[in-house]
Each structure stands twice: as C-alpha cells, then as structure tokens.
Design a protein around this ligand. Structure first.
Ligand code: C2O
Ligand code: CU
Ligand code: CU
Length: 491
C-alpha cells in the first residue's frame, strides 16, 4: 500500500516521506544538511555508530551564554526512522552507546535504544516481522494503536524465546505519536526498564496541511529514568512498588544536548518511565506551545509553562527558539527532581519565516451522553475492584459504538497512570487530589491519564475499532505486572 519507501530520507530527526504531498521545502533541506548524515548512516544500526561521529560540526556556537558547557553533555541520540510497511524488529540483549561513546549492555530493538521510530500514514498497512531473541517470553504492544486484539501484543499472546511472528494491521486512526514496548505478563516492567521501547508516528493529511516543523525540526524525545551498575550497564532494580532510577536518559542518552537552529521545533515527547511522573518546564521561563496529546492534535494550541505527565503519556510540543543568538542555551527541566533533562544549544541563526500555529488545528468530536457508567477502583499495588489480573477471565463486555463513562478512583499508592487498549477516550473531569480540573495536556484524545491519590477521574470512551479482548491497566509497570490489570471484551 505504501509507495513511500524508496524516497524516504531518514534524516537526523523524523523524516517525512517525499512522495506525500508534503514535498521537500527549505526547512527540510536545511534540516537534512544540519543533521549531517546521521540518520542515513544509523538506519537500522546500533546507537554505537552514532557515537562515532559524536563531536558534530555545530558551527561556532561555543556556549557563550553561560551554563552550557559543551564538553560535559552528550549529543542527543535520534533513533533511526523506519517505515512500518514492511519492517523487521528484533528484541535482543545489545550494546548501546549511552552518550559520548560510553557503552552499556541493555535490551534493545534492532540494537537501538530507543528502538527505531516507526512511521506510517492513515490508510497504510503496518507489517512488522518480530523476532524474540531474549531468553524469556515477550510481546510487542503498540501503545495507542487501534489494532485487532491478536495484533495488540497482549499478555495472553506471548512470543516465545527464539521465535518470530508478524504483527500486521491497517492504520485506521488520525495522526499521533504512539509507541511500542513489551507487554508479557509479569515481565513488562523489567523489559521496558532494561531498554525495550520505541516511538511510532502516524501521519495524515490534516496534520501535513498544517506545515508543522518537520525533518530535523521534528524530534522525538523519549524521557525516562535509569539505573546503571558499576560497569555502566543498564540494570533493573525494581520492587513491587516500582522502579525509580537515580539517573535519567533522553532517547537513551545520558546528560544529552541538542544543537538547534533559531527556529521553531516540534518535539514528540514520551514519558518512558516505569513509575516516575515528569513535571517539565524550560529554564528560560518561556512556555511550551502544546499542540497535541496521546491521540493526536488538539483543536487549538495552548501555551503552558509546566506540564506534568505520567508513564505512557505523550505530548506534542512546539518550542520557539526564534531570534535567539548562537550561544544561547536553554534547559528542559524536570521540576519534580530538579533535573536538567536536556540542553538545547542554539548554534545557528536562521530565518525561516516560520510561525506558531494560530487558529484551528483539528476538529475533535466531543463524546457525550454515555449510556453506561462503570467504576474502577485502583487499590493497593495489584488490584482493580478488589481483583488481580486473571489472564483467562473476561471481566465485562462493551458493545462496539456505545459511549460509556468510566470512573477511576484509588485508595492510595498513586501515581496510577490509567491506560486502556482498543480505543482513545476523552477526560471529562477530575475531582479531589490536584484539584477539580482537567489539565490542558489532558484534552483531546487520550489513552493514558494520571490518577493521583485522592482523585476521581472520569472519561468518556467509545470503541469504534475492533471487537475482541483488550486490557485496561495501571501503567506504573510494576503495578501492571503485579496484577493491576483486567481483560474486557468489545462485542
Ligand atoms: Cu503501554 Cu498496555 O501498555
Ligand atoms: Cu497500550
Ligand atoms: Cu498503579
């Protein structure tokens, strides 16, 4: 179905298929130049080859603006961009460069951590031949994807060590950033923490028509915490409450730095932690322009100073570096830990004439008039409504096409990021806890929402995709592994 393969140019950023109506423009051309040959070389090759060209040629910017000492931070890794139309994916123990040539063993997809960023467009057919080279069962779950149950990588369809299977499904949903990760029952937390995760970008014509920053100006940011052992290898040290690493990585790079032009960038951000909630802001005090959430674009953009988001949630953010002199550095910070997650270093002045979007980005159908209400209480560290996960039980059935209100509460032990497979939902209310509000980054179509202690969150959901068995669970991955998950069936 897809005819874009030959003309797809992976650049150090996220490539846009040239055969689409979005033909190459100045921005992409400059992007490709700026990106050196990074993307083209690394495609399908481990992070290690990226490190070889580490130093970069970022024209003359020498951190003049203070703060940014260029020597102590590592160039941000950009995973290779791969069409999902006919792809191969392997999970295996690998050696990856975690920054500046420093090598770690990790679990990786295709030797890359994060794994390749898959790209597909509405109407394409994704076909990914997966091989499990781990020494235990795994699955590949396509978080956010509307896919048939058997293609969804659910715990009851494991892929045994040394075996392969094809995951294939049509792309039937709007543009958004999804992601993929293991989902084997009881081993999701360790496999993800050891490195298995990757981005999956969906495109459509509505998004392309907006002419948002693309090429090297569109960058995925998978932000996670991590623990390293004495030999600098990635280790998993979770307990039943969860895994919290003492360090962090963006795209698998420790202490990362990204050289930017004085232009607007689009960042596709994923909280890839097992447990940790990020609260991000820019050190300059400038706001983010939030244009999308889990399930794609918002109706309009919003300026927000800080954003709090939990494991599994995605953000589509614009950051405006226009007019900043070369030498300026700005930190992407996490206010919860006080960590400087990523340094942006303006190294080149350009004048692209780019502007922040104003007006309508998209039109979103508002779900309304639920005909059924269901209550789910996420309790302790392993239960929903008093039960732990039973892989063979179907707890309830949901008719296709029916709008329902699902209400989430908790008796404690938050954060509980509540994730549902098989459909996106709309968050309509929160009471208690952080206040009676739905935050700007919880608007639009969501599949994961943060439930903190004392909170009740209500969502409206309607399954329009496929009949079959799906799961709902806490995306604090140790809670999920402990059993804070259930099966339901769309009928
Ligand atoms: Cu991201 Cu059911 O998981
Ligand atoms: Cu999911
Ligand atoms: Cu939980």
């Amino acid at each position: 179905m897809s005819s874009k393969k030959p003309s797809e140019i992976p650049v150090n950023g996220i490539s846009t298929p040239l055969s689409s109506k979005h033909t190459i423009n100045r921005r992409q051309f400059m992007g490709a130049t700026m990106a050196a040959f990074g993307g083209a070389l690394v495609s399908g090759i481990p992070n290690i080859s990226y490190a070889a060209k580490g130093g970069n040629g970022g024209g003359g910017g020498n951190g003049g603006g203070g703060g940014g000492s260029t020597s102590t931070r590592n160039p941000l890794f950009i995973p290779p961009v791969v069409s999902a139309s006919n792809a191969a994916l392997q999970a295996a123990s690998s050696t990856v460069d975690v920054g500046g040539g420093s090598l770690s063993t990790a679990l990786a997809y295709n030797g890359s951590m994060p794994g390749p960023t898959f790209v597909a467009s509405l109407g394409d057919y994704a076909s990914i031949n997966f091989t499990n080279l781990l020494d235990e069962d795994t699955t590949v779950h396509w978080h956010g994807m509307i896919a048939p149950s058997y293609q969804d990588g659910l715990p009851f369809n494991p892929v045994a060590p040394g075996t392969s299977r094809v995951y294939e499904y049509p792309i039937i949903q709007r543009a958004c950033m999804n992601w993929y990760h293991p989902h084997p029952h009881g081993h999701t937390a360790s496999q993800v923490a050891l490195g298995l995760a990757g981005g999956f970008l969906l495109r459509d014509n509505e998004e392309l028509a907006l002419n948002l920053p693309s090429g090297a100006y569109e960058v995925p940011l998978v932000i996670r915490d991590v623990e390293l052992d004495n030999s600098n290898n990635i280790k998993y040290s979770g307990n039943s409450s969860g895994f919290m690493g003492s360090k962090f990585m963006v795209n698998g790079t420790l202490q990362p730095r990204l050289e930017v032009d004085s232009a607007i960038y689009r960042f596709r951000v994923l909280n890839g932690c097992n447990v940790r909630v990020w609260r991000i802001a820019l050190s300059s005090g400038a706001p983010f322009t939030l244009i999308g959430t889990d399930g794609g674009l918002l109706e309009t953009s919003t300026m927000v100073g800080t954003i709090e988001f939990s494991p599994g949630e995605r953000l589509d953010l614009l950051i405006d570096f226009r007019g900043l002199p070369a030498g300026t550095t700005i930190m992407l910070q996490d206010l919860n830990e006080g960590w400087d997650l990523l340094e942006f270093a303006v190294t080149r002045q350009v004048n692209l004439g780019d502007t922040l979007p104003t007006g309508t980005l998209s039109t979103i159908e508002t779900l309304a008039n639920p005909v059924v209400e269901r209550n789910f209480s996420f309790d302790g560290m392993r239960q929903i409504n008093g039960k732990t996960y039973d892989m063979n039980a179907i707890e309830f059935q949901v008719p296709m096409g029916q709008t329902e209100l699902w209400r989430f509460t908790t008796g404690g032990n938050a954060p509980h990021p509540i994730h549902i497979h098989g459909a996106s939902y709309q968050v309509i209310s929160r009471t208690g806890g952080r206040g009676n509000m739905v935050f700007p980054w919880e608007r639009g179509w969501k599949d994961t929402v943060l439930l903190q202690d004392g909170e009740t969150v209500e969502v409206l959901i309607r399954f329009d995709g496929y009949k079959g068995v799906y799961v709902m669970h806490c995306h604090r991955l140790e809670h999920e592994d402990n059993g804070m998950m259930l099966n339901f069936e769309v009928i």
